[in-house]
Design a protein around this ligand. Sequence first.
Ligand code: FAD
Length: 391
Amino acid sequence: MKIAIAGAGIGGLAAAILLRQRGVEVTVFDQFSAPEPVGSGLVIQPVGQAVLGACGVLDQVVATGNRVTRMLGHEADNGRRVLDVWYDRRKGNNFGLALHRNALFSALWDKATAEGATMRLKAKVIGAGDGCLDLEGGEKAAGFDLVIDALGARSPVTPIRSVQLSYGALWANVAWPDGTELPLDHLRQSYRKASNMVGVLPIGVPPGATGPMAAIFWSLPRDGYAAWRAAGLDAWKEQASALWPAFAAFADQITDPDQLTMARYAHGTLRVPYRPGVVHIGDSAHRASPQLGQGANMALLDAYALARAIEAHGPKAALPAYAKARRWHVRAYQTMSWAFTPQYQSDSRWLPVLRDRVLFPVSMIPPVPRILSHLVCGTLLPAFPKGDPLR
Ligand SMILES: Cc1cc2nc3c(=O)[nH]c(=O)nc-3n(C[C@H](O)[C@H](O)[C@H](O)COP(=O)(O)OP(=O)(O)OC[C@H]3O[C@@H](n4cnc5c(N)ncnc54)[C@H](O)[C@@H]3O)c2cc1C
């Protein structure tokens, strides 16, 4: 069986490893010319960690990442808690694995190449058909039993229709400041209504770093980047530190606006994530804001479900089985993300009031904390079917 994987990102590399483990001949195509240490921080939830375990890279990424046990947010103007979600400690060693994207990428890349996946770099995909890929420059890579589209949020081959979200975020990775009193195991955010948000995620010691690092986030309207740049860094630092004084020690490390990267988000879900000879996984099949921290998780779950379906049914009959295995979990998380994101990133006046006055107090009443913990962990609905070894 020969399978082409378009995209050497999180979903594509996990799929490459899981398929190689099942004896499939795999060729991975990506546009980059060499693996690079780029990207923000992200959180891999317990279900995604289970897939990393199946890939054989969990110990390595846990060693470079950081364990997050709580997500805590407060309203800047009155200091009140408006988000407080704990990882359910009754579930044993339950945590969000916060890490630099490159730490995850490096582990997956090394494992995929060690497992014998063939890597085709500088290969920009411009189209995909039944078992073949069209590459920039006119080359057609054909003769595959299946093409997996793991090209991410800008995939040129997915028919997904998505809505651009009104807010994105600036992000950067900085050193964890000496002397800060913030705990290393909390993801912290501060909000003013839903139009301002600043966040700090401790991401451990990524490859090449000499000490602990943090990923920092600053919410910005999707068309607000030019105005933010024009206002200058000092104005931003003043605004951000007023929103959350503890953030000043992180913001001070930004001396050039180019240190911050603008990420814009979209929301959309493919109803049927395949067509003859082509299947979509990860952001190419469903995309959402990262507010719930599920995108990389979902890409890993897709890769796992697809590899299991191919093992059980072969490359053609696997596609409906894969779609069925993922349908309800994907729909539930896409719906939750759609519902939650505007409470934290929007121009709505009433949603943050609802968040602070109604939803947060309710979220503290048992059993809601446990339900929220399941939501964050990726286990609101079972992520793996009955009888699956990871369940
Ligand atoms: C700022 C930010 C913070 C986030 N935080 C979190 C978080 O905390 N937790 C979480 O789970 N998720 C988070 N996400 C989302 C997460 O990063 C994505 O959902 C996840 O990376 C999707 O994986 P993927 O494999 O589908 O695509 P990607 O990982 O994006 O990989 C796509 C690959 O395809 C390649 N490619 C793209 N186009 C082409 C082309 N035309 N030809 C050839 N190659 C191509 C790219 O080079 C890349 O290697 C965050 C996203 C952002 C932007």
